[in-house]
Every structure is written in C-alpha cells, then in structure tokens.
Design a binder for this molecule. Structure first.
Ligand SMILES: Cc1ncc(COP(=O)(O)O)c(C=O)c1O
Length: 362
C-alpha cells in the first residue's frame, strides 16, 4: 500500500483508514452486484439500505429522537447559511446571531438578505478568541431563532456547552465538531454540518431538524430549499450524493465499532491536551490563539514569533510528513486540525517536530 502521511487538513480532512480500505474493496463491485455505489440508482434496492444505514447511524450515535428528521443535502454548510433564513426569517422578522468567528460572519451576511439580524454577541473586536458564557447572552424577545457556530474552524474557538435557547429555537452550525463529543440534541431545533471534517467527504451536508421547525417552512417554498419536501422524500427530491451518503454510513459504523461518541470524545480530549500542553510548555515560542476556556478540540490554532517562521514551520513540517498545518489564508498562523479520524501518533509526531523546530529557531 502507498504510505500515508499525517494529514492536518481542516477539511476535506482525514478519513478513517479502515473506511477508505472498505470503500476501496467495494469500489468495483458493491456487495458482489458487479457495480460500484456510484453507478447504481439512488432508488435501487442496493442503495436503500445505505441511506437507511447512514440515517440510523447518525440517529444512534447522536441519540436523535424520533421527532427530528435527518437529511442529506447538497450545497455545503454554506447553503444552510441561506436556506435557514429563507425558511424561517421573513422580511419583517428578526433572528439572533452569535458570532465567534469567520463562519458566523458569513452566516450573518446571508441572513441579512432575508430579514433583521441582531448580532447579540460578537467577539470580532477582540479577534475571535473566545465563546460567551451562557449568562453573557441576552436573547431578543421576538427572535425567530438563535444561530451560533459550535466550533469556529478557522480560529479554533469552540463552545463547551449546548446553547439553551430558553424557548427560542436554536440553530447550530456544527460542521467542524459534530460527532466529536456527545451533544444534547433536544436543545436544538436544527443542526447542520458539512460532512467533510468528521462525517465523510465534501458534497453532502447533514441537517438534523425538529418536526415543529419543519412545520414552519413556508408553503410556497422553492422545492430544493424546502426542508419539508426534502424530509418527505427521504432526501431524494433530486439525485442525492450517493457516494457521500455511502461513506457517511461507513464512518458511522466505524465510530460505533470503536466505542461510539463517548470514546471519540475521550480520544479527542487526549489528543488536544497533548498538543495544547506542548504549546503552553514552549516558553512563549508558540502562542495559542484561542482563550483557554474556548480552545477547540478539533482545530488547534497557534502563532509563532513571526510570519516567516510560521511559513518555515508549515513547509518543513510538510517535508516531514506532517501536512496541512498552514492556518487559513484569512488569518495566517498555524492550524492543526485533529478530527476524530486523526491518530494520536500524528499528534505526538507534531509535538516532537514542534520541540525540534523551537530549539533550532527559538
Ligand atoms: C464551521 C463551518 N461552517 C461552514 C463551512 C462551510 O462549509 P462548506 O464548504 O461545506 O459550504 C465550514 C467549512 O469549512 C465550516 O468549517
């Protein structure tokens, strides 16, 4: 087999090796049918159990009650920035947005096309380093929903609790931390996530939506924006991303076989601790971006003394089999994305590299 490297990409990101191997072994003939999953009808008897498996997998892993629908959409998490307000925010209505990073900013921009957006909390002025505590949040009285990003992938800032809307529907972009730890689904009216970090490949978005929110979809909604129609048609209003759903099914099985979400959380906490400890033990050579209380378990962001050193760090690391460490182009710095499928050995290898780099350049 071709040797694999340690892939710290923020997304599309590393997938479990066992999942890739299974997909490889089934590539030419899925379950002996003589066709690959990409060559069969989404309405065939061969695809039905895959869609059911992916849905049941997410339902089981996240403990999703029956009054929530699990949908597989296209258009990325970015389409949800628009689809949510297009359905739940009319021109004379308002919604509350909490902005803790770049993806929240984008969500606000799209919602503003539909109605009034109250940014009730933003850390933009302090450089997106923290997340609010529950008692720092005051929701507007008439908000149709509250939107937040549970993990800001670019800045590496994560909420450590499930936001309680105190009666107002909570909508959450969980693209970069879904399936990384248990969540209390019943706190949410809608959760969405692009699959390409913890769930599968890009091109498919998981939406978990509560029935009472589906009931609020306007009657004359465009079909492809219509959560009700998509739910009624089992995510097959049009041709879904069959390959993506197939891989989501395999990833869910993989997580179940490896102890479920609780085990993922344990592993993720350990990996993040090893890395943050190395940053904190570097005598200031490495400086974590996020405040300690909001440090992401998935995207570890840090700076070096200069942009030049950061560039050298990323390119030398890459030459040593540690790929994808350059921070997002909008913020610079270093970002190590260590999603579920990223191995602890890779984190240890990065820590070793960091020590050597600091010794040589400090
Ligand atoms: C938190 C978050 N939201 C939204 C997006 C946008 O996702 P997509 O590219 O699937 O539209 C990303 C992509 O990285 C993300 O990390």
């Amino acid at each position: 087999m071709t040797e694999r490297i340690y892939n710290f990409s923020a997304g599309p990101a590393v997938l479990p090796l066992e999942v890739l191997e299974q997909a490889q072994s089934e590539m030419l003939s899925l379950n002996g049918i003589g066709m690959s999953v990409m060559e069969i009808s989404h309405r065939s008897k061969h695809f039905a159990p895959i869609l059911e498996g992916a849905t049941a997998g997410i339902r089981e892993l996240l403990n999703v009650p029956e009054n929530y629908q699990i949908l597989f959409l296209q258009g990325g998490a970015s389409l949800q920035f628009s689809m949510i307000p297009l359905n739940f925010l009319a021109q004379n209505e308002s919604a509350d947005y909490i902005v803790t990073g770049a993806w929240g900013v984008k969500a606000v921009k799209e919602a503003q096309r539909c109605g009034d957006v109250n940014t009730i909390f933003s850390t933009a002025d302090s450089g997106f380093k923290s997340a609010p505590l529950p008692d720092e949040l005051n929701f507007s009285e008439n908000a149709k929903y509250i939107h937040y990003t549970s993990n800001e992938t670019i800045e590496g800032v994560e909420f450590k609790y499930d936001l309680d809307g105190r009666g107002t529907p909570v909508v959450c972009d969980a693209s970069s931390n879904i399936l990384s730890k248990p969540i209390d689904i019943e706190k949410y009216a809608l959760i969405y996530a692009g699959a390409q970090k913890n769930i599968g490949p890009s091109g498919v978005t998981v939406v978990i939506i509560r029935d009472d929110l589906i009931a609020k979809v306007p009657e004359n909604q465009h079909s492809m924006f219509d959560y009700r129609a998509i739910a009624k048609n089992d995510s097959m209003l049009n041709t879904p991303n069959t390959w993506g759903i197939y891989l989501i099914n395999l990833v869910c099985q993989h997580i179940k076989n490896h102890g479920g979400i609780g085990a993922m959380q344990e592993k993720n906490e350990e990996k993040a601790r090893i890395l943050y400890d190395a940053i904190d033990a570097s005598d200031g050579f490495y400086r974590g971006h996020a405040d300690r209380a909001a440090r992401s378990l998935m995207n570890v962001t840090f700076r070096l003394p200069s942009a030049e050193l950061e560039n050298n760090f990323a390119s030398e690391a890459s030459a040593n089999g540690l790929d994808g460490l350059k921070g997002h182009r909008s913020v610079g710095g270093i970002r190590a994305s260590i999603y579920n499928a990223f191995p602890k050995e890779g984190v240890k290898a990065l820590v070793e590299f960091m020590k050597n780099f600091a010794n040589q350049n400090g």
